[in-house]
Design a binder for this molecule. Structure first.
Ligand SMILES: [Zn+2]
Length: 215
């Protein structure tokens, strides 16, 4: 079952407590196993601190790179936050950051959606966050061979219809997304208008923490 809601008031524990208690009561009364995942647009894990950015620093690729120290800093502390769903509904619930919100945070840091490179970076980021399930792809190729379609190279449309899309493991995902930033961090249009606002680098630092934590 999927429950979806939009809060029109503060998403504080206090405002959500009653709803989660009510949900817990209904699941308990119905003898139904409680859901194990919750997708949110914020507050997916414990608070983290990223360093202050300095002017012009974003022009140096060194400041974008993910080092072993950054990985350790993001992943070795207490990572779970306190939230109403865990306190009042299911203590084992896994909180995940909604992917579309993660993507939107990046795209909001482009100077304009009318920038000539905007659609390219959006496509590259989308591709970085998703991979085709290889077992499904192999089954589809086998089906092509069975139907004697040569060469057995499935079309994009068939892949969309028949293969699941997976989000790569955090270590792989961080490399894929970082690769996109390496390609675009200095990109500009013919009038030398940069694609990214200088603040993109800080947003990358913040989102990188969530990616490394597997949110
Ligand atoms: Zn997180």
């Amino acid at each position: 079952m999927i429950v979806s809601w939009v809060m029109l008031q503060s998403e504080s524990d206090m405002s959500l407590q009653l709803m989660h208690e009510g949900l817990a009561t209904r699941y308990n009364n119905g003898g139904v196993e409680k859901v194990r995942f919750q997708w949110v647009d914020r507050d997916c894990c414990a608070a983290s601190v990223v360093g202050e950015t300095r002017a012009e620093e974003h022009l140096s690729w060194e400041s974008w790179k993910t080092t072993d120290a950054i990985v350790a800093e993001a992943t070795t502390r207490h990572l779970v936050n306190s939230c109403a769903s865990r306190s009042h509904y299911n203590s084992n619930i896994t909180i995940k950051l909604d992917l579309s919100h993660c993507m939107r945070r990046f795209l909001c840091e482009c100077v304009s959606e009318h920038h000539p490179l905007y659609s390219s970076v959006a496509q590259f980021l989308s591709a970085a966050f998703s991979v085709v399930d290889q077992e499904d792809l192999q089954s589809l190729k086998d089906a092509y061979r069975f139907c004697e379609i040569h060469p057995p190279n499935p079309t994009k449309q068939h892949i969309c219809q028949h293969c699941r899309i997976r989000i790569p493991h955090p270590q792989e995902l961080i490399k894929r997304v970082e690769g996109v930033f390496q390609h675009f961090h200095l990109a500009s249009d013919p009038n030398v208008l940069p694609l990214f606002k200088p603040s993109m680098r800080k947003v990358w630092w913040i989102q990188r923490v969530h990616i490394l934590r597997g949110c």
